[in-house]
Design a protein around this ligand. Structure first.
Ligand SMILES: [Mg+2]
Length: 236
């Protein structure tokens, strides 16, 4: 059976030269609820799901979670429209080694690639497709599936099994690769090994405190990273 290599997106596969998510969330919430959240009160998006950001905003504005999520279809579609205007190839940097690594993993018949990301699904593929990486990912679990990132891997296992037409996957069949402490936590809660990479907002020292199974400065030595991934998955 295939093993699953599960990637986070921001800070792991790619990086934006500028981010405007807080501003866009504030604008959309203002359009729908007629009240604008305070951007300074929003936490960092790093590792957070988009749904958990909506919960934080709802709490800040005294809107119930039910009320907030009753508008989720409109929220995602308005956000997507703003992101479509904003997301161009020239503001996205594919991180070092990523393209080579994805090619190697994709060519490996014993491996399937998936996404575990806080981005809502349409936004995840907008980012990836803008720089030609969407093709590598046939399934994932996303920030509009659940507010809690820790619930995403079980959902991903079901989608992967369905897509690959196999009975199921468990934690020992997978590896998570991500740049934030929340990726590490999500992996650990689910018993999945995790490879941290310090190409996002966190240094190797900061990541080490959360005890991932391994940490790299970046993915630039794609041959070595590919071998490490196979080793971490218990493949020879
Ligand atoms: Mg990230």
């Amino acid at each position: 059976m295939k093993k699953l290599v599960l990637f986070d997106i921001d800070g792991t596969l790619l990086k934006f030269k500028k981010y405007r998510s807080k501003e866009f969330f504030a604008q959309v919430i203002d359009e729908i609820f007629g009240t604008k959240p305070d951007i300074d009160k929003m936490p960092s998006f790093a590792g957070m799901t988009d749904s958990s950001m909506l919960r934080v905003i709802a709490d800040d504005l005294n809107i119930s979670h039910d009320e907030m999520f009753s508008h989720s279809a409109a929220i995602w579609s308005k956000l997507l429209a703003l992101y479509k205007e904003f997301t161009t190839e020239d503001i996205i940097e594919i991180l070092p080694g990523v393209e080579d690594l994805l090619m190697k993993l994709e060519a490996d018949k014993d491996i399937a690639l998936g996404l575990v990301t806080g981005n809502f699904r349409a936004h995840a593929y907008l980012k990836l497709d803008t720089v030609g990486l969407g093709y590598y990912f046939k399934f994932g679990a996303y920030g509009d599936d659940n507010y809690d990132r820790d619930f995403l891997p079980p959902l991903l296992f079901r989608r992967a099994a369905e897509y690959l037409k196999v009975a199921g996957f468990s934690a020992s069949d997978a590896l998570i690769i991500g740049d934030s402490p929340k990726d590490i936590q999500c992996a650990k809660v689910n018993g999945i090994p995790v490879l941290s990479v310090a190409t996002g907002g966190f240094s190797t020292e900061e990541l080490a405190e959360f005890q991932p199974n391994d940490i790299l400065n970046d993915l630039s030595d794609s041959d070595a990273v590919y071998s490490l991934i196979r080793k971490m998955l218990g493949m020879n």
